[in-house]
Design a protein around this ligand. Structure first.
Ligand SMILES: Nc1nc2c(ncn2[C@@H]2O[C@H](COP(=O)(O)OP(=O)(O)O)[C@@H](O)[C@H]2O)c(=O)[nH]1
Ligand SMILES: Nc1ncnc2c1ncn2[C@@H]1O[C@H](COP(=O)(O)OP(=O)(O)O)[C@@H](O)[C@H]1O
Length: 220
């Protein structure tokens, strides 16, 4: 049996960004259901909850005053204004999860991704950008989701181009045409990233063990 250090690893920070409606929530939820090593980073926001959204699960819904307090007390890893509302990532749950060797998945925009990149977290980041197969399908998905007013949908569509323009700042780009195929690709990315040398702190110890074993056998 190899020593357990061979399995110890640093958690990934899996960042998912996309124009609204491309499918990141759908993909993220599936990954969370399938893989118990992945936990979600629940953001704080000043946006009002949509029907069906649960405080503490989808977001922490907070007042603008409370949000400012979190910023001032350095409780957020990053934050940004999107569609006129503030969104931010609470620091503590992320640091806890990574410490326990869990992977953390983030549904944040390009501004948040840039902030994480310029912080000490850069080596832990895996950035994934989700594109729709066409603008027409983006619009029909937003309509089909049925959670936003005509006006909100028009606003999201108007923002899509500026979101999409940041695609090249990501490590991986997935075109979410067939959901099953995109999901399989997402899982492949996560699986491979877990094996990166720099995320495997126990590996040097394991290799030292191999060398010792070899030396011992030679001595016998
Ligand atoms: N920077 C940053 N962006 C966030 C955060 N939480 C959510 N967002 C982004 O805010 C945007 C709007 O989110 P939301 O109102 O839930 O609508 P969605 O586009 O349907 O997911 C999306 O692009 C999210 O990725 C956060 O904590 N930080
Ligand atoms: N590959 C796909 N093909 C068709 N519909 C999809 C696909 N991926 C997601 N959807 C649907 O499109 C809508 C928007 O997806 P969602 O995950 O909420 O997007 P986002 O989180 O990026 O705003 C949802 O109704 C979802 O069921």
């Amino acid at each position: 049996m190899p020593h357990k250090s061979v399995h110890s690893r640093r958690g990934l920070m899996l960042v998912m960004s996309s124009p609204s409606g491309a499918g990141k929530t759908t993909l993220t939820r599936r990954l969370l259901e399938d893989d118990k090593d992945v936990v979600m980073s629940v953001s704080a926001t000043t946006r009002p909850p949509r029907p069906g959204e649960v405080d503490g699960k989808d977001y922490y819904f907070v007042s603008p005053e409370r949000f400012n307090e979190m910023v001032e007390n350095d409780r957020l890893l990053e934050y940004a204004t999107v569609f006129g509302n503030k969104y931010g990532t609470p620091r503590e749950p992320v640091e806890q999860a990574l410490l326990w060797g869990r992977d953390v998945i983030f549904d944040i925009d390009w501004q948040g991704t840039q902030q994480l990149m310029s912080s000490s977290k850069a080596i832990d980041l895996v950035r994934i950008f989700i594109l729709p197969p066409s603008i027409a399908s983006l619009e029909s998905r937003l309509k089909k989701r049925g959670q936003d007013s005509e006006e909100t949908i028009a606003g999201r569509m108007a923002k899509a181009e500026s979101e999409i323009s940041h695609w090249a700042e990501y490590d991986y780009v997935l075109v979410n045409d067939d959901l099953e195929e995109t999901y399989a690709d997402l899982k492949a990315i996560v699986r491979a990233e877990r094996y990166r040398r720099e995320r495997r702190p126990g590996m040097s110890e394991f290799v030292r063990g191999l060398m010792d074993e070899r030396a011992n056998r030679e001595a016998e």
